[in-house]
Design a protein. Structure first.
Length: 198
């Protein structure tokens, strides 16, 4: 049967799938097992070729579908924990990937704290120069940790608009606790004796 109406075609396809679901899944599983190596190789090549597009797409989809994204994430975590060895391997691989991303990010913004000059990558963060960092991260689906925010900066090409700067954690927290958003290091320089106030 030929369908001119797209909606009717989709409805018919869904009806057929539900009616023959077990048979279709079994057939697909068998095909996958027969061509597993070829499929995995093709997937890897596609992912490498379209890495930036896929990252941007996933980030946008997660922002638009936070409830579904949470369900998928929890389901994936549960599945990974059923295989402790693979779960540990995935965690280690993820940690390596995140560290590389952080190094690239911090280097894009000078590689050192713009206030005190700290260069230890473990202490460095990205600061919103004009404030509003929490609200911005929340809008990207990032709560507390900066993973989504860092991914967003990479997708945007590491914007050099003066809105972001590299600060160490101390200087970042110091700015956040100051009524005028000034780091204690800079505040000390403004004092008459040039010493930090206790």
């Amino acid at each position: 049967m030929t369908y001119k109406d797209t909606a009717a075609k989709q409805a018919a396809g869904k009806e057929y799938y539900l009616k023959h679901k077990e048979k279709i899944l079994e057939r697909n599983k068998k095909r996958y097992q027969e061509k597993r190596e070829i499929i995995l190789t093709q997937q890897k090549e596609y992912n490498e070729k379209n890495k930036e597009y896929l990252t941007a797409y996933r980030t946008e989809w997660n922002q638009k579908n936070p409830d579904k994204a949470k369900i998928i994430s929890e389901r994936a975590k549960k599945k990974r924990r059923q295989n402790p060895e693979k779960y540990a391997h995935d965690l280690a691989k993820s940690a390596q990937w995140r560290r590389k991303q952080k190094i690239d990010l911090m280097n894009a913004y000078g590689g050192e704290c713009t206030c005190c000059g700290e260069q230890n990558i473990d202490f460095l963060t990205i600061d919103h120069v004009h404030g509003g960092g929490c609200a911005h991260k929340k809008s990207l689906g990032s709560y507390g940790a900066g993973g989504h925010f860092y991914a967003w900066l990479k997708i945007q090409g590491y914007p050099q608009t003066g809105e972001f700067q590299c600060l160490c954690y101390n200087c970042n927290c110091g700015r956040n606790h100051d009524p005028e958003g000034i780091c204690p290091h800079q505040r000390a320089k403004q004092e008459p004796n040039g010493e930090e106030q206790q």
